[in-house]
Write a protein that binds this ligand. Sequence first.
Ligand code: PLP
Ligand code: SF4
Length: 356
Amino acid sequence: MEKNQSWTTEFASAFKDLSELHRFLGWDHRPGISSVAKAYPLFIPQGLARKIKAEGPDGVLAREFLPHESEIDVSEGLADPIGDKAFLKAPQLIHRYRSRALFTPTSVCPVHCRYCFRKNELDAGHDLFHRDFDRTLAYLSGHPEITELILTGGDPLTLSNDRLRTYLAAFAELGTLKDVRIHTRYPVILPQRLDAGFVDLIEEFGERFRTLSVSVHVNHAREIDGEVRARVGLLRKLPVQLLAQTVLLRGVNDSELALLELMEELISMKIRPYYLHHPDQVKGGLHFYLPLEEGRRLYQTLRDQLPGWALPQYVIDIPEGHGKVGAYNPEAYEFSGRLISRRGDLVEHREPQLHS
Ligand SMILES: *Cc1c(COP(=O)(O)O)cnc(C)c1O
Ligand code: SF4
């Protein structure tokens, strides 16, 4: 473990320039790629770039994080596939499901995932003004039915430990929030972020809330190496629940073997698989999409090989604002063509046109 290197140094030295990255990787510059990187900017920390290089141009990490010519095809897909904006109830606060709300204090991430469902929203908001945060707090105290707050983004760990402490302390003061969850991709992308100050933070707030969870966004066992295991290991003895969320992605983890390897790896790190997300139909990201029926078949093979506690829930965000629901239909492989929304409505599921 590189103890003395601060994570902010690693963040600041990330690759943002395509030709510099290509020089580092030593691969040929593919024609057309630079226009993709202009439309959807590149951001890859050095440590991750080394892993991409070691795996090679056809590896899963290259597919997840390097620009791809398919991104330029925006004829299909949705700019905002989730449709959460209608539920923005206070600054950076999305309240959609009764008992829990999302708090998104930053839109900055440690990497730009090429499949990201927010890839068409390029607002670079980072941190809140005092008076905005006061409004967020006022909404929360006016809505005591919200008992869990989920910090997401962007990636909330982009904020400093001090900033996080300020937010968490204010949330603890409210007295209405029992549970806090932090969604982050840092543990696998920039593991140095799990530093001593963060460990202190978890120790402190793990006691102040009923539960404190860190939910790691991880899609493939190859994202995990010795450094990741060591850093996550620092959290294991603390009062924190470690969870994982995975996006099912064509060409990355859409095989029985890849998913099983990932779940096995997570379990050995004492991380509990929580959600497996069906890919969103995002504009510029459809090369990662696979039909729901394919996903269901794959999930069925996992059910046979993993106990319930090691099996993530397979979920889909029904496009255009219908919300997150179970994607697996235990009665049949064959998909009826309709999903049941939380309100009990039958919503027709339209698959996007896939070109390749
Ligand atoms: C996924 C999600 C949540 C959290 O849902 P859980 O089922 O508790 O993980 C909360 N709000 C929104 C808008 C979401 O999309
Ligand atoms: S970390 Fe999450 S929000 Fe950030 S680019 Fe990746 S998928 Fe998108």
